[in-house]
Design a protein around this ligand. Structure first.
Ligand code: BTN
Length: 264
C-alpha cells in the first residue's frame, strides 16, 4: 500500500504517510503520536480497525480490507472556536473528492455523514486537543471512514438498509488506494484554504447538505424533538424550527438528527 499510495499523491503530505494492517482506530493512533509530537500533515491509514469510532461514542463498522480508514493530524494555532467548521469543511471537500474519483457526488447528512441513496457512505470524526496554557488547539485529528467495496450482504442485517458503499452505488470494484490518495490530496488542498475561504466552504457545504429543508427528529440523551431544518450556520450549527414554532441553533456536540421519513 505504502509506495503505491505515495506514487498517486501530489501534495507535500505524501512523505508523511503511515500505513498499518490493523489498528484499534486510526484516530486513536493519530492522537497517541500527535501527543508525542508528530507533525501536522501526518496521515494514518489502516486496512482494518478493531475499534473504529464515530461521533457521540458510537462505533464505526470497519470491515477488513473493504473501506478506507484514514486520519490526519492538523496543528492550526488557533482557539478551538475557530475550528467549528472543520468537520463541515472536510465533509464538503470529500464530496468533491469522491465525485471526481467515482463520478457520483454524495450528499451530506448533518453534520458529518456522507450519504448516497438515503444510506450512509462515509463518516467523519474530528477530535481536538487543547493546550491548557494557551487555550489554543494543540492538535486536531480528523478521521474519515469511507465504505468502498462492501456489498449489501457484507453489512450486518441491521445496517443493510442504512449503509452503502462506493461499489454498491457505482456497480464496480473500487481501487481503495486511489481513493485514499485522492482524499489526502483533497485534505491538503482544504487545509490550505480552511480559514481564508470559510464562507465559500460553508456555502459549498449547504449545497451538498441533504438535511436542510427536511423534517427531522433532533435526538439528545434526554429527549427527541421534531422540527424542520432551515439552514446550517457558518459555525456548523443547524438552524431548526421546532413544532412549537421556536427556532434554535442546534450544535452537533450533543445531538444527532434523523429524517422523519428515513435514515436521512
Ligand atoms: C461517524 O460515523 O460518526 C464518524 C465515523 C468516522 C470513522 C473514521 S474511520 C477512520 C477514523 N478512525 C476512527 O475510529 N473513526 C474515524
Amino acid at each position: 500500500m505504502h509506495s503505491a499510495i505515495q506514487s498517486l499523491i501530489s501534495c507535500p503530505w505524501k512523505s508523511q504517510i503511515l500505513c498499518f494492517d490493523t489498528l484499534d482506530s486510526t484516530n486513536n493512533e493519530a492522537k497517541r503520536i500527535a501527543a508525542q509530537g508528530a507533525p501536522a500533515g501526518t496521515i494514518l491509514i489502516a486496512d482494518r480497525q478493531t475499534q473504529g469510532r464515530g461521533r457521540l461514542g458510537r462505533s464505526f463498522l470497519s470491515l477488513p480490507d473493504m473501506g478506507v480508514y484514514l486520519s490526519v493530524i492538523l496543528r492550526p494555532d488557533c482557539p478551538p472556536a475557530a475550528l467549528m467548521h472543520l468537520t463541515c469543511a472536510v465533509a464538503a471537500a470529500m464530496c468533491g473528492v469522491l465525485e471526481n474519483a467515482v463520478g457520483i457526488r454524495p450528499g451530506i447528512k448533518w453534520i458529518n455523514d456522507l450519504v448516497l441513496d438515503g444510506k450512509k457512505l462515509a463518516g467523519i470524526l474530528t477530535e481536538l486537543s487543547i493546550n491548557p496554557r494557551s487555550g489554543n488547539v494543540d492538535y486536531a485529528v480528523v478521521g474519515i471512514g469511507v465504505n468502498c467495496n462492501e456489498r449489501t450482504e457484507d453489512f450486518p442485517p441491521e445496517l443493510q438498509d442504512k449503509a452503502t458503499s462506493l461499489s454498491a452505488a457505482s456497480s464496480r470494484q473500487i481501487n481503495r488506494t486511489a481513493i485514499a490518495a485522492a482524499m489526502i490530496d483533497g485534505l491538503w488542498q482544504l487545509n490550505e484554504v480552511l480559514f481564508s475561504q470559510r464562507s465559500e466552504i460553508m456555502a459549498a457545504y449547504r449545497k451538498d447538505c441533504v438535511t436542510i429543508g427536511k423534517e427531522i427528529a433532533v435526538i439528545s440523551p434526554s429527549q427527541t424533538r421534531r422540527g424542520f431544518a432551515l439552514d446550517v450556520e457558518d459555525d456548523g450549527a443547524l438552524l431548526v424550527e421546532f413544532s412549537d414554532g421556536t427556532r434554535e441553533q442546534v450544535s452537533s456536540g450533543e445531538v444527532s438528527v434523523r429524517g422523519v421519513y428515513g435514515y436521512v
